[in-house]
Design a protein around this ligand. Structure first.
Ligand code: HEM
Length: 388
């Protein structure tokens, strides 16, 4: 039921929301550089933009006025701190918490969590509770508008074109056996925000960093966008015009290849499995190993980053950031490879049934934001500071 939400038709219909948010970003940055070049924390602005974009186009909700120096909404702070706080739970988040969720009823789990004297655990609990409460509030507000009729829905932010409105309308029409329970839709809202925000904002920040390091690429990109806008007499590019810009596409693709925002992923083997190796490795006994036995229940860490950076597949320049590589045919080694990723022979958005369902959304977001920034601003690194 979620997949149609990310169809190209939906992406096209979301363009006005995307452009509204990006205009707000443009005003905020223009205001800050009106008296000359300034050192600006673009990582922070990219995080705010990504949250606002998923807020408005995902739920018809605004988290940030994109004016203040620091975002005021509690959600902005909570979502920023969630990953570091989860990190502090260490291995408990992979082993103890999933086990507790599987084995214990909610009330017992909550009781044990509340009496456990562990501040990090309590912080994560409070954050998760807050995110859930806000999702319920947004959901109830949308439900009320939908019950009142379309007139009420179009008066909301997003004018009823946001993903939540689309999902809720579809859910109302669906047969009983196909309907998603309310609590599942509400739970999906936090998943979406979490999955959409840090990933896309770190990809956009990385692009800006790379453009600052490679001024010639920055200028070439700027010219492509200026030309395209001229042909449009200065008007906003449509979805199809924007995604057809080859250099913008190459810059985004190459960044998502070399700097995949999700570097590793974990999977649990559901049955005993033998995984063949692409080439033999020498074991400690000196013998060649050609396959690895993975017993049922083992947790396996997969490196998406290394798959994207393999010099055997991408050639000897695999570790270099070269947008141009996407403007000519890719090496046969990668074309013939069986990389199972859903996007461009890359593992960036994973593969298979649990791959990223927001990858088209994120590409569009990156293109709308980077096109506006490259057209209107010049980026360089602050003098005397090294940024990695
Ligand atoms: C550059 C940006 C993004 C990257 C690199 C990325 C990457 C990924 C990866 C690797 C997964 C698989 C994770 C796993 O199975 O452990 C995933 C899942 C997911 N992504 Fe993305 N993502 C991005 C943007 C987005 C956006 C913008 C949305 C929503 C609008 C989104 C929604 C999701 C959801 C809902 C899942 C879970 C799918 C499932 O488990 O069935 N992602 N993403």
């Amino acid at each position: 039921m979620l997949n149609p939400v990310f169809s190209i038709a939906h992406m096209r219909s979301m363009m006005p929301i995307f452009y509204d948010v990006v205009d707000q970003l443009k005003s905020a940055l223009t205001h800050r550089v009106q008296s000359g070049p300034q050192e600006i924390d673009l990582l922070g602005w990219m995080a705010r933009t990504a949250l606002e974009l998923i807020g408005q186009s995902g739920f018809g909700y605004s988290f940030d006025n994109m004016v203040d120096d620091v975002p005021k909404h509690k959600y902005s702070m909570v979502i920023k701190d969630l990953v570091p706080k989860l990190g502090r739970l260490g291995f408990a988040r992979f082993y103890i918490l999933p086990l507790a969720i599987k084995l214990l009823p909610t009330n017992v789990r909550t009781f044990i969590m509340n009496i456990t004297p562990w501040k990090n655990l309590h912080d994560v609990r409070d954050m998760a509770n807050y995110m859930h409460e806000l999702s319920v509030e947004i959901y109830e507000e949308k439900k009320r508008a939908l019950e009142e009729g379309e007139e009420s829905v179009v008066k909301q932010i997003g004018q009823g074109k946001d993903l939540l409105s689309i999902m809720m309308r579809e859910n109302m029409k669906a047969d009983t056996q196909d309907k998603l329970p309310e609590e599942e839709i509400i739970a999906q809202m936090s998943t979406f925000t979490f999955a959409a925000m840090d990933t896309t904002s770190s990809a956009m920040s990385r692009i800006l960093h790379l453009l600052a390091l490679h001024p010639a690429v920055q200028e070439k990109l700027r010219q492509e966008i200026i030309e395209a806008r001229k042909e449009r007499q200065g008007g906003n590019l449509s979805y199809d015009e924007l995604v057809a810009l080859p250099y913008l596409d190459a810059v985004c693709r190459e960044t998502l290849r070399l700097y995949a925002p999700v570097a590793t992923m974990m999977r649990k083997a559901r049955e005993d499995t033998v995984v063949p190796l692409s080439r033999p490795v020498r074991g400690v006994d000196g013998k060649d190993v050609t396959e690895v036995f993975i017993p049922r229940g083992s947790r396996v860490w997969l490196s998406l980053l290394n798959a994207n950076r393999s010099s055997e597949l991408w050639g000897p320049d695999a570790m270099e950031w070269k947008p141009e590589r996407w403007l000519s045919p890719l090496p046969e080694s990668i074309m013939d490879s069986k990389i199972p990723g859903i996007y461009s022979h890359l593992m960036t958005f994973s593969g298979g049934t649990r791959s990223c369902i927001g990858f088209k959304f994120s590409q569009l977001e990156m293109k709308v934001v980077i096109a506006m920034l490259a057209e209107n601003f010049k980026f360089s690194l602050p003098p005397g500071k090294e940024i990695y």
